[in-house]
Design a binder for this molecule. Structure first.
Ligand code: NAD
Ligand code: ZN
Length: 356
């Protein structure tokens, strides 16, 4: 399946299928350097497959630190120096193979080296159906995530679902958090369908039919980022679940999308308390569902809400001193509102009581 973005210019294809990597040859640059930067664990898991798909081509391979730790300034510096010592030019091209962290990191290298070179995204996690689309790239600062970054569109996204076969349960749940978010943004019907197809971790871990839902997620994200590339308006809705989610992720180091899912649940409690979209019944239903899927809800028991709140205050989308949260006011209808500390504390205590 191939989608194409519909910007006014610089559009890119998104190829989503089993063995999509075979198509990468159409996007390699002749007589130029094509350098793969690959998560070292992904390389270890898929070495044979990668050799099969890429060995005839004149591609250089650099393995990089796996996961979030690659997104640090010191590592950015060392890999930048390494690439420059390989005499890359403005026509060289980077190929990111890995999850969202790899894509964000390599994308940021591509955005900044020589004032911008091309890059291709080869996402290998469920979550990266989200991060590989939309052109946001970046690394972390010691005070928070993704605070150093750029907008830089990839030249192509090659999403080979074969990679997903080696994902552990935690990473499946993490990616599913963003799929679920996209379903909520889209419609009630999509959310219900998703919950019917994956009623428990057993069905979810088999990833049957996952292409259908990755397609739904990608289409939802594309629609939003094409309308609002630089996040002046509707793109902010993609932060659903992220304000509280980032706080809990930072504090407990659980996987990004697992934290986002808990953030979506938290947002529902605020919705209920403001007489917006949710009720105790919809909150209970989601709690039971998340327990079936094995989301680590019990981390809320020991989490320090004062620390979470301090982190929420640092969110780069806040205005002045107030916290801005995406709230749901109807089916596929969202609003961004200031939320007070008291509301956050009340919702947190209520949620803690509900999960136990
Ligand atoms: P990740 O790259 O950290 O991958 C998660 C873990 O899965 C890592 O340990 C990795 O080694 C492992 N892994 C990757 N592919 C695998 C495979 N096929 N089999 C087995 N293990 C595999 O991150 P992620 O969860 O994919 O994405 C999270 C990151 O994405 C965060 O840094 C987040 O900030 C970023 N993000 C960016 C955007 C954006 O728009 N740029 C959007 C959402 C998230
Ligand atoms: Zn996210």
């Amino acid at each position: 399946m191939i989608f194409k973005t519909t910007y006014n210019d610089n559009n890119y294809p998104i190829i989503l299928k089993q063995n999509a990597l075979t198509d990468i040859k159409h996007y390699l640059k002749e007589n130029e350097q094509n350098i793969v930067l690959i998560d070292q664990d992904v390389y270890r898991f898929h070495k044979e497959y990668l050799k099969e798909q890429l060995e005839d081509d004149d591609i250089k391979f650099l393995t990089i630190m796996s996961g979030e730790v690659c997104k640090q300034m010191s590592y950015f510096e060392s890999i930048s120096e390494k690439l420059l010592s390989m005499n890359i030019t403005r026509q060289s091209q980077l190929i990111a193979i890995g999850g969202g962290a790899t894509g964000d990191f390599v994308g940021f290298l591509a955005a900044t080296l020589l004032r911008g070179i091309d890059f291709i995204q080869v996402p290998t996690t469920l979550l990266a159906h989200d991060s590989a689309i939309g052109g946001k790239v970046g690394i972390n600062a010691s005070v928070g995530k993704n605070l150093i970054g750029a907008f830089h569109r990839p030249r192509a996204v090659i999403y080979d679902t074969k990679f997903l076969e080696t994902l552990p349960h935690t990473e499946i749940r993490s990616g599913y958090g963003e799929i679920y978010k996209h379903a909520i943004l889209n419609s009630e019907a999509d959310t219900t369908r998703l919950m019917e197809v994956y009623p428990s971790i057993k069905e979810l871990s088999q990833l049957e039919n996952i292409e259908t839902f990755l397609k739904m997620g990608i289409e939802t994200k594309l629609k939003i980022v094409i309308e609002d590339e630089f996040e002046g308006g509707v793109r902010k809705h993609l932060n659903l679940g992220h304000t509280f989610g980032h706080g809990i992720e930072y504090l407990t180091k659980i996987a990004h999308g697992e934290a986002v899912m808990i953030g979506i649940l938290f947002q529902k409690v605020i919705n209920k308390n403001r007489n917006l979209y949710d009720t105790l019944d919809t909150i209970d239903a989601l709690i039971n569902y998340l327990k079936e899927l094995g989301y680590p809800l019990n981390i809320l028991n020991d989490a320090d809400i004062e620390l979470i709140f301090e982190y929420m205050k640092k969110d780069k989308k806040n205005i002045g001193q107030s916290i801005q949260m995406v709230l749901q006011k109807g089916e596929a209808s969202f609003t961004i509102e200031s939320v007070s500390k008291d509301e956050v504390l009340d919702a947190f205590n209520e949620l803690k009581a509900l999960i136990n």
